[in-house]
Write a protein that binds this ligand. Structure first.
Ligand code: HDD
Length: 703
């Protein structure tokens, strides 16, 4: 008989040491000798060895009898589900919505009837074009999808951080998405619009011009999900108890103000921390700094709609806030991360058609098409009509349907009745009183495939957006267009785009044409209607005009070394904490530094892992003796050069001056503050509320 090897002997000892307990229901609980639960198969059989497959002898072939191995690999092989066809990369969090005031005058939606009422929420932010594993700082629209679990069913407001869309009719959605995704023959570029197919489609689609202005603006490279707006985009309806309808547009406004990064920074963040936005949300929520948005509405009636310059059903148009002010009706707070990314963030299914009584649709042709698409896509992605049984998707109010069976049915009806009407006196009944009633709008007309003429002005609001931007933001739009079109290999596409820009703003077109080195200016594109209207600028459309008042929620990176001035490091850190900002210490070694007073201060980052692009502002506080060593470090040079080029506020000690020289910074400016005392620290922290020193930018650019 073969001798037991020592491993087998140990295993037997382990099994004998296991304590067996019976649970309340009489089920057998097995605990390993160290108190952990015993590993089992999915069928509940305890596993003795999870390190070795079952084989004939130590060096022999594997046995098919090894049901544990077979089940483990089988399950692993099937772990992935199809990623979302758009918005594949996303990040979610739980929270709540709190109603400010009863809104009964406009809507009978139950969750909007009582001041102070809290409704559970789940939100998923996303990029559109990139696949699940792509980077966070792609130039792209950000999804802003909100699910409110109301007492009358789920309300999904599946919005974006941009209030308009590329197309006016849902039938064009596959085309715009195909055009932006990797080109089908070569399979690249990933998560980028800077390629021929995208600009070919766009330049042939004048209705996309307004959206293109937004996507080329800083709004497409947000600093954080926490600092961006959200929009329902379409015109929806509120319907009150008297069945009166009011049109409504939804806006989410972040409490911490708006903020974006610059493109050169975005490109570098993608390398340094591809999960920049995820990490930011995770860190904020885990540290108790719960991000918050106000839900604001623009309410209007048919008369306003008729008198407005554009069609309120056209999703490529906004109603400027200066014409129709936004009114806050509640707040959304995100205060809890999912326990499991897959179960919640990946499996959450948002659908525009999820509306409670009191909220309805308009005839916006994009919205109408979306209402078809979202249900369909969930079946593909989640594999079963029973995706509503998943806890993240199930309503949190009671729900009763006669739907049954299907793959993975987890909520199975008890009893005999699975239809109605029935005479058994059991089961749910429809209710004409409390049931969802679609707004009985008058609709008549011929069956046609026709775009309304009222949708035809594609340039006026594109121009309005552009002229509403501050000079640095306008510069960024010109640079973004130049960058994107410089990646387009076909000159005719570049020219076609410039011909549209001529209809939006001549100086913008000139700048882009000259930066691209266009041989001659093309003719302006033919417009479906003309002339372009000269609309008033709308300051609400500028990120820089709507920034924060203080450094709250932002992060300062402090570069320290051995010998850094202990009192100064402490003073800067406390001043930032006083502003509700965060501080990260960056040192040559992550183990930390010994400060001037001999205290050992652990660092959060090592220089190589923390380029300045990861911070909103930086302070260079090295010890004098360590500066020569820092001068040799390429990463330190980049740290300083990038902070300067990205117009960040920079605090510094006199000993750090050679670092500027090494980084090629010739002129000191008002965005750089020597921290030579507590007054200077306060002055520096006071400036940080502005986030960037944009006056520096022209000096750092070619154009
Ligand atoms: Fe969409 C996902 C937002 C137009 C079809 N969309 C999706 C998500 C957001 C949006 C935020 C991600 C939801 C999540 O986090 O799971 N989509 C928009 C906005 C649009 C828009 C703001 C225009 C105003 N979408 C749009 C059209 C169609 C779709 C016109 C199709 C006709 N969208 C989908 C989809 C997705 C989706 C294929 C992919 C994954 C999903 O639905 O659940 O059905």
């Amino acid at each position: 008989m073969p001798r037991k090897n020592s491993k087998q002997a140990n295993d037997l000892a382990t099994i004998h040491d296991q304590k067996l307990h019976r649970g309340k229901g009489g089920e057998l609980h097995q605990f390993a000798e160290d108190g952990h639960d015993v590993l089992t198969t999915a069928q509940g059989a305890p596993v003795d060895d999870d390190q070795n497959t079952l084989r004939v002898g130590a060096r022999g072939p594997a046995l098919i009898e090894d049901f544990h191995f077979r089940e483990k690999i089988f399950h692993f092989d099937h772990e992935r589900i199809p990623e979302r066809v758009v918005h594949a990369r996303g990040y979610g969090a739980h929270g709540f919505f709190e109603t400010y005031e009863p809104l009964a005058r406009y809507t009978k939606a139950d969750f909007l009837q009582r001041a102070g009422e809290k409704t559970p929420a789940f939100v998923r932010f996303s990029t559109v074009a990139g696949s699940k594993g792509s980077v966070d700082l792609a130039r792209d629209v950000r999804g802003f999808a909100v699910k409110l679990y109301t007492r009358e069913g789920n309300w999904d407001l599946v919005g974006n951080n941009i209030p308009v869309f590329f197309i006016q009719d849902a039938i064009k959605f596959p085309d715009v998405i195909h055009a932006v995704k990797p080109e089908p023959d070569r399979g690249f570029p990933q998560a980028q619009s800077a390629h021929d197919n995208f600009w070919d489609f766009i330049s042939l689609t004048p209705e996309s011009m307004h959206m293109v202005m937004w996507v080329m603006s800083d709004g497409a490279i947000p600093r954080s999900f926490r600092f961006m707006e959200g929009f329902g985009v379409h015109t929806f309806r509120f319907v009150n108890a008297k069945d009166e309808s009011t049109f409504v547009k939804f806006h989410w406004k972040p409490k911490l103000g708006l903020q974006s990064v610059v493109w050169n920074e975005a490109v570098k963040i993608n390398g340094a921390d591809p999960d920049f936005h995820r990490r930011d949300l995770w860190q904020a929520i885990q540290s108790g700094n719960f991000p918050e948005w106000e839900l604001c509405v623009q309410l209007f009636d048919e008369d306003f709609a008729d008198s407005f310059d554009f069609d309120v059903l056209d999703p490529t148009k906004i109603v400027p806030e200066e014409i129709l002010p936004v009114q806050p009706i509640g707040r959304l707070v995100l205060d809890r991360m999912p326990e499991n990314f897959f179960a919640e963030t990946e499996q959450v299914a948002f659908m525009t058609q999820n509306v409670p009584p009191g909220i309805g649709f308009s005839n916006d042709p994009l919205l109408q098409g979306r209402n078809f698409s979202y249900l369909d896509t969930q079946l593909k992605r989640l594999g079963s009509t029973n995706f509503t049984h998943l806890p993240i998707n199930a309503p949190k109010c009671p729900f009763h349907t006669f739907q049954q069976d299907g793959h993975m049915a987890m909520r199975n009806p008890a009893g005999r009745v699975n239809y109605q009407p029935n005479s058994w006196g059991e089961g749910p009944r429809e209710s004409p009183v409390s049931g969802y009633r679609h707004f009985p709008s008058d609709e008549a007309g011929q069956k046609v495939r026709l775009r309304p003429e009222s949708f035809a002005d594609h340039y006026s609001q594109a121009r309005q957006f552009f002229i509403s931007q501050t000079p640095p933001e306008q510069r960024h739009i010109a640079m973004a267009l130049t960058f994107e079109l410089s990646k387009v290999e076909t000159p005719a596409i570049r020219e076609r785009m410039v011909s549209h820009l001529l209809n939006i703003d001549e100086t913008l077109a000139d700048k882009v044409a000259s930066a691209l080195g266009l041989a001659k200016m093309p003719k302006p594109a033919d417009a479906a209607v003309g002339p372009r209207q000269d609309l008033k600028p709308s300051p609400a459309l500028s990120i820089m005009e709507n920034g924060p008042k203080r450094f709250e929620g932002r992060k300062l990176g402090i570069l320290v070394t051995d010998g850094s001035d202990a009192a100064l490091v402490q003073a800067v850190a406390s001043a930032i904490e006083g502003e509700k900002g965060a501080v990260e210490l960056i040192a040559p070694k992550v183990g930390g530094v010994t400060l001037s007073d001999g205290t050992l201060l652990p660092a959060q980052q090592m220089i190589d892992g923390a380029p300045s692009v990861l911070y909103d502002a930086v302070a260079l506080l090295p010890g004098t003796d360590f500066v020569p060593a820092l001068l040799k470090e390429a990463t330190v040079r980049d740290f300083v050069a990038d902070a300067f080029a990205h117009c960040k506020f920079i605090g510094y000690v006199a000993a750090a001056l050679p670092l500027f020289e090494k980084a090629g910074v010739e002129d000191m400016d008002e965005g750089m503050v020597e921290l030579d005392g507590s007054k200077a620290v306060n002055a520096f922290v006071g400036k940080l509320g502005k986030l960037r020193f944009w006056a520096r930018e022209p000096a750092t650019k070619l154009q």
